[in-house]
Design a protein around this ligand. Structure first.
Ligand SMILES: CC(C)(COP(=O)(O)OP(=O)(O)OC[C@H]1O[C@@H](n2cnc3c(N)ncnc32)[C@H](O)[C@@H]1OP(=O)(O)O)[C@@H](O)C(=O)NCCC(=O)NCCS
Length: 282
């Protein structure tokens, strides 16, 4: 029977959820729903059955991320993954595209022109112990984000990785469990978002100017989550990974960061990414 590629829609979510369950990926149906709402996807279908997906997120004119590239086990090795990828890439035209590759996906992405530029570390623990929150230094203040912080948070997020994500920030401000902002001398300098994801909670995005700022934000966020499953995905060179390991959030996986196009050059003195939204969305 022939395979059809078409635009993914809400009606695919139940079967998409089954695909990640079969891979033992942690996504809940609600995580799929959020991913599709914020982005767009291509579905591969055979006899009415969803056998493959690839999603992408356009973050402004120049940058996009790509993820949830899956082909059902029995349909792998027949070129479907490549067709799905090509179809998504065609829609992204001149964007610089970033993804986080599993070992299974890396070969396919290399064939399509993606280049490895680093590693992300997935840190997590099943039952978080009691974490003592670091305390703000002089001139620093922590508070919960308000709806009218959206513009400033979007700017700090954009500065950290070049992706312009107002729709994501709006979604987080309305639906995340908690978004903490750090003010430094009265200006917002960074933020960390606690969300439900997968087996429990995920902290990310985490955006700050420095590692001590990120540790302050993350330790405060973790101090609310004792006894919970918690996950944080951080760039291997961010420095946060060592601190997370010492708190009992061990590194369980290290996907490869791959880029097609020009990688983002951080702005001197600007913000940095200390935690991803998700591996798929970046
Ligand atoms: C990665 C995945 C989507 C590939 O789908 P697929 O349909 O099996 O891939 P294709 O058959 O289209 O292969 C495309 C090309 O990549 C190559 N390729 C695929 N997997 C590869 C691998 N692990 N190493 C090297 N090359 C690989 C194939 O040889 C093929 O090249 P060819 O056309 O020159 O022979 C699929 O293996 C999968 O769903 N894996 C589990 C989920 C996953 O890890 N997804 C990636 C998330 S980042």
């Amino acid at each position: 029977m022939s395979i059809q590629l078409r635009v993914m829609n809400e009606g695919d979510l139940d079967q998409a959820f089954v695909l990640t369950q079969q891979l033992k990926w942690p996504h809940r149906r609600a995580d799929w729903q959020q991913a599709l709402q914020l982005g767009e996807g291509v579905a591969a279908e055979r006899d009415g059955e969803l056998i493959g997906t690839a999603l992408c997120w356009r973050w402004g004119r120049d940058y996009a991320t790509l993820g949830l590239v899956i082909v059902a086990d029995a349909a792998q090795g027949k070129g479907i993954g490549q067709q799905l990828m090509q179809s998504v890439l065609d829609t992204l035209a001149d964007s610089n595209v970033r993804l986080h590759a599993t070992e299974a996906g890396k070969g396919l992405y290399e064939k399509l022109g993606f280049v490895a530029i680093g590693k992300v570390q997935q840190h997590q623990c099943r039952e978080l112990g009691g974490i003592i929150a670091e305390l703000p230094a002089a001139g620093q203040q922590l508070r919960d984000a308000q709806a009218n912080d959206a513009e400033r948070l979007t700017l700090l997020d954009h500065q950290a990785h070049g992706q312009y994500r107002p729709q994501l920030i709006a979604e987080l401000l309305s639906h995340a469990e908690r978004v903490r902002v750090l003010e430094q001398d009265g200006d917002i300098a960074g933020f960390a978002c606690v969300r439900r994801f997968g087996h429990g909670y995920s902290i990310g995005p985490i955006i700050a100017h420095s590692l001590p700022q990120a540790i302050l934000l993350v330790s405060q966020s973790l101090s609310d989550l004792s006894g919970q499953f918690v996950r944080i995905d951080t760039d291997a060179v961010s420095g946060l990974g060592e601190w997370l390991s010492a708190q009992g959030l061990v590194a369980v996986d290290a996907p490869t960061i791959m880029v097609k196009g020009t990688p983002w050059q951080p702005v001197a003195g600007g913000t940095q990414v200390f935690g991803l939204m998700t591996q798929a969305m970046g």
